[in-house]
Design a protein around this ligand. Structure first.
Ligand code: SPD
Length: 433
């Protein structure tokens, strides 16, 4: 009897060991103490998540954005290097099912941000008319689409604005199988802090924000935000100066002038920013993000807070729209400034999502991206497109219209977090004064 009991006990012990897999190291299925954030990697989608999945925007940046910017290699890389930076083998061509295309596509884009021939060519090739409206600030675009039924299919939010829009469920997850030309985009421009895995957005153009000025009007070349914020310096140019009409850019520039991060929301620092901007206001011709390129080119402005591509347009002209001015120079102030990336994204309520993917893939094509970058003067994240840029544009990049390694160290990305709504309040108060 005793022997029988012993044998039964031994049998049970053997069964228990077998059922546990005989391993004390492999315990992957148990929920760790940290909860959901430590879920096994395999359970986290790498491609576009299902609409109900928590958006990538909820994830915090993996590194401090300023450090990320500084760590990135120069963008105006020589063609050979650019080729190495492409993410994969040449893109397979998208097999477009024309029967699924809509007749029209509604594109809400920044002003002066596409070569108009591209829209004509797309219509000729696919029979889809792209109807484009324009905006000049992320916040204006978000306000327009937030209530829903805006009628737009595609928008072009900057980095932190992608984060806001994904977080607020305004964007549709992308179907990467419809975007084979995504492989033309450089790795360094993908998977950034504001949209991990590019679940909702793909890079369109990127650039930097600094000073554009007319060199014929300055005996000493400006190299500091003091040219715009020190009353003693700006007063000479009263009425011939503009700042970007942008609630992150302009307070961000003032924060840089103070030696702070452009994401700083400390109330005492923001009070100083408010005072600086208030003191600057009487000297400004305008807050201007819409035609600062034209006004610099015509000589109406002598110095302006400006996006690098708008400055390049002022220098080179823009297609048949306006002529350039060879005296326009762009400089990143020694205190540093903003780097940003604008992205193509499809609205959650777009009725034309298939056509929107086809158009985005078209814009990511090497020839189209190269032609577009040559026209708008902003920096293309498209490795294959970059190879097609003219020597003239590449020379301007080297002259300061694009960052080099040294400049990267002074650049910082704007982020969204719970405290950055402070910029809404600051801007509303300043503009209302
Ligand atoms: N004219 C097109 C300008 C696009 C600039 N977008 C950049 C916004 C960064 N804050």
């Amino acid at each position: 009897m005793v022997r029988l009991r012993l044998m039964a006990l031994l049998l049970v012990a053997l069964l228990v060991v077998t059922a546990c897999g005989g391993s004390s190291t492999a315990q992957p299925t148990a929920a760790p103490a940290g909860g959901a954030t430590n879920a096994p990697a395999a359970e986290q989608p790498t491609a576009a998540p299902a609409p109900t999945a928590a958006p990538a925007a909820a994830e915090p940046p993996t590194a401090a954005p300023a450090a990320t910017a500084a760590a990135e290699p120069p963008t105006a890389a020589p063609a050979a290097t650019a080729a190495e930076q492409a993410t994969a083998a040449p893109a397979a061509e998208l097999q477009v099912d024309k029967s699924k295309l809509s007749k029209e596509l509604h594109f809400y884009n920044w002003t002066d941000y596409i070569d108009p021939d591209i829209l004509t060519n797309f219509e000729q090739e696919y029979g889809v008319k792209v109807i484009m409206d324009l905006y000049d600030a992320n916040e204006d675009m978000i306000a327009k689409v937030r209530p829903g039924n805006s009628g737009y299919d595609i928008v072009v939010p900057s980095d932190y604005a992608v984060d806001i829009m994904a977080h607020d469920k305004l964007l549709a997850p992308l179907d990467k199988s419809l975007l084979p030309n995504l492989s033309n985009i450089k790795k360094q421009n993908l998977d950034l802090y504001y949209d991990k895995g590019n679940a909702y957005s793909v890079p369109y153009f990127f650039g930097i924000s600094g000073l554009a000025y007319n060199k014929s009007k300055f005996t000493t070349a400006p190299d500091s935000w003091a040219s715009l914020f020190d009353p003693a310096q700006i007063e000479k140019y009263k009425g011939e100066v503009s700042m970007l009409d942008d609630q992150r850019e302009t307070p961000g520039a003032a924060l840089k002038y103070l030696g702070k991060s452009l994401n700083d929301t400390d109330p005492a620092d923001l009070k100083q920013v408010q005072d600086i901007l208030k003191a600057q206001k009487p000297f400004l011709a305008a807050y201007n993000s819409s035609d600062v390129n034209r006004k610099l080119a015509s000589g109406e402005y002598v110095i302006a807070h400006c996006w690098s591509g708008a400055a390049l347009q002022a220098r080179n002209g823009l297609g048949s729209d306006f002529a350039g001015n060879p005296d326009i120079v762009f400089v990143m102030p020694k205190e540093g400034g903003m780097i940003w990336q604008d992205n193509l994204a499809i609205l959650a309520d777009s009725p034309n999502k298939y056509t929107a993917h086809v158009f985005i893939n078209y814009l990511l094509g090497a020839d189209v991206a190269g032609k577009n970058a040559e026209y708008v003067g902003y920096l293309t994240p498209n490795a294959e497109g970059e190879k097609k840029l003219s020597p003239e544009i590449q020379a301007l990049y080297k002259e300061g219209f694009a960052p080099d390694e040294e400049m990267y160290k002074r650049l910082e990305w704007a982020v969204r977090n719970d405290k950055t709504t402070a910029f809404d309040e600051l801007w509303t108060a300043l503009k209302g004064e």
